[in-house]
Ligand binder design. Sequence first.
Ligand SMILES: [Zn+2]
Length: 448
Amino acid sequence: MDVQDCEFGQDRKKAAVANTKRVDYPASWRRDMSVYIPLATKYRPQKFSDVVGQDMVVRIITRGLMKNRLGPALLFSGARGIGKTTIARILAKAWRCENRTDADPEPCCQCMSCRNFLQGNQIDVVEIDAASNTGVDDVREIIESSRYAPTFGKFKIFIVDEVHMLSKSAFNALLKTLEEPPAHVKFLFATTETYKIPETVMSRVLKFDLKKVDMELMIQYLSSICNQEEILANADVLTMIARAADGSIRDGLSVLDQAINVAEGNALSSADLKSMLNVSDDNDTMELLELIFSPNIESTIKKYREIITNNVSAVKVINALVDNVHVLTCLKTHVTPLEMIVSDGLFPRLEKLAKAVSLAAVSRIWQMLLKGIHELKFSDRPEIILEMLLIRITYAAELPDLRELVDEIVKKQRRPLAINEKMSHTESAMESLTQEAFKMFPGAKLEQ
Ligand SMILES: [Zn+2]
């Protein structure tokens, strides 16, 4: 499917996933079974339409190519493993493709230039890792080389990865070439830390901010790869891999690679994934959440200790709880979650829980978890911090709703006690709470 054939957005997402295909590597590689090709390499996008989850960036670039309106220097920023270098390489290939016309932004993948790309044999496309070539001398080599026309084709292209690692003097040296680059030169920069790039450089490049791939699309993508690799993976397994990928297609494929190695036969099990990733599975987190709202401190802590015994870090437990409480809040408020962060199998349990708990309790626990994430960050003993937090959270889950409490107090103020009538335990607790509140806010009055 050509780029112009499909609408961007949801359809394009599906198209990109459906288009996911193995790269046509040289026949000699395929014949030699001893050559192991990691999934991330095997399925690296070769065309713009293969790129997953970067619709807007791809749209701007492909339209820019068709209208011949892309500048000489482009900067791709965003988290690692989300396709910055991949898009840069496809663009370089498209710029140099011998068969490409303005009507079609895609490289043909057939001409000599495109074939050379596949074999890593492109002398006119220079890839530099700025992390290990930070100095002014390295940049001078680039500048010197940029003076000469490409050996064949229209453009000589420099792809500079981790460009923010260049030294100040290296940036200054590069700046002059960026101001007036030779017509045959293109610069494609990639960075994870845009803020480290000088303003003078930023103002001379066309910027593209790549986003993390969302869970739903990641799961669809991983599922399509499993189909092609004839690997069986259920929804729980795919969700665990997608979560571990944290929006990075490359990380997702690398986790899938590991999972295939660990699996017996061609089926991936959630138990293997759980121990491989040191994460609790969704059922464990769900059970923990149900115990918090039950509310039973002893059982909550017992479950929590069972989870961390399997080498699951406190940070992973609290993040999983935050995801679940987020979906729970959405269910309570009839809001569609921004992205699907829990597996489909948990939905009926979350729906049941949503009916049983109050929005006030869910909000309270959300606040406490967020505060807990911060506390965990600065602690040497995160497991203990989280255990204490879980005790507090479980205790807080049974506290009455503040609105209900105020209503009760107002009701009680209106109703004088009958002769010889004693206050109940709850009423007495409320009375003392009211007194405490009045001490904190002198002059406050209860609305009648
Ligand atoms: Zn070509």
